[in-house]
Design a protein around this ligand. Structure first.
Ligand SMILES: [Mg+2]
Length: 299
């Protein structure tokens, strides 16, 4: 497919839905039925398969890559990341029915958080090419990061209770005990040391839940947005909390913000997260953009 940011109307497509049964897909039977009814009404070829373990989506897609045109991730950021990582760089098309706790990519692309509406949007949508990011050989569609970001991803991945409220509780609980670390960042021809509470490299403008960590980010501009937050106290936290949700965090005196295509990060603690999934790591991080590498269905 030609590289362009223009939208193309979706023609007769064959849809394979990949559903993660552990994501917050509420009443699952109703959900399956809703997908089936919508697809039958639209008279499209479709199938619904379950992913039961990490790696399942990859196996399923690779086995059926010539039988379907659109591979739809139904679930949270984990399912989204897995499906997108298989499809990026290919001519296959990805669909997304957000059903997780953050849903940054879905929100960024204007996909409804209501499953029924999201299915409608999918079956009547357009194809658009978006950028994806790479961090040490792994792909991210939303954000990757180090520091408190990663610490929370780690704590939250062990939590049994998911959703925005348990997430914010975890953030508050961990916040006061966390010690900022120093990182060496090479980018745009400069090497700078940052002592940071959080260091994030973003493709989407938000973490999810409309928390805008990189308000100037665009998934089609061919750039990654870098943000580092200096350590801050109680009043700094209030300011940053407000700025995170009103899209002005880049203007805080605690933040350093710039756009880049390539970035190298070294430091003592190099554990990171990709789209919220924690990764243990001790190698320097090589982060780069892969422009317009993923075909996505958008409303
Ligand atoms: Mg960008």
């Amino acid at each position: 497919m030609a590289k362009s940011t223009g939208k193309e109307k979706v023609k007769a497509m064959r849809y394979l839905f990949l559903l993660n049964p552990v994501a917050g897909v509420g009443a699952r039977r109703d959900f399956l039925q809703m997908i089936a009814v919508a697809c039958r009404e639209k008279k499209v070829v479709y199938k619904i398969l379950f992913t039961r373990a990490p790696g399942d989506a990859k196996k399923i897609i690779q086995k059926r890559s010539d039988k379907y045109d659109v591979f739809v991730a139904v679930g949270g950021d984990g399912t989204m990341n897995e499906v997108a990582s298989v499809l990026a760089g290919t001519t296959a098309i990805m669909g997304l029915i957000p059903a997780g706790s953050g849903n940054a990519l879905g929100r960024e692309l204007g996909i409804s958080m209501k499953p029924q509406k999201a299915v409608e949007q999918l079956l009547n949508g357009h194809v658009m090419q978006i950028d994806t990011g790479m961090i040490n050989g792994r792909r991210f569609m939303n954000v990757c990061g180090l520091g408190f970001d990663n610490h929370i991803a780690r704590v939250f991945s062990k939590a049994t209770n998911r959703g925005p409220i348990p997430y914010f509780k975890a953030v508050l609980k961990e916040f006061f005990g966390y010690v900022s670390e120093t990182y060496v960042v090479e980018s745009n021809g400069e090497t700078v040391n940052y002592t940071s509470f959080v260091l994030t490299v973003a493709n989407t403008s938000q973490y999810g839940n409309n928390a805008f960590i990189a308000p100037k980010a665009s998934v089609t501009d061919g750039d990654l947005d870098f943000i580092a937050l200096k350590p801050f106290g109680f009043f700094g936290a209030l300011e940053l909390g407000r700025r995170l949700f009103n899209k002005t965090i880049d203007r805080s005196r605690y933040s350093t913000y710039f756009k880049t295509q390539k970035i190298r990060i070294d430091g003592k603690n190099l554990n990171f997260h990709v789209d919220g999934e924690p990764v243990k790591n001790s190698e320097p991080l090589e982060i780069s953009i892969d422009p317009l590498s993923l075909n996505m269905i958008v409303p």
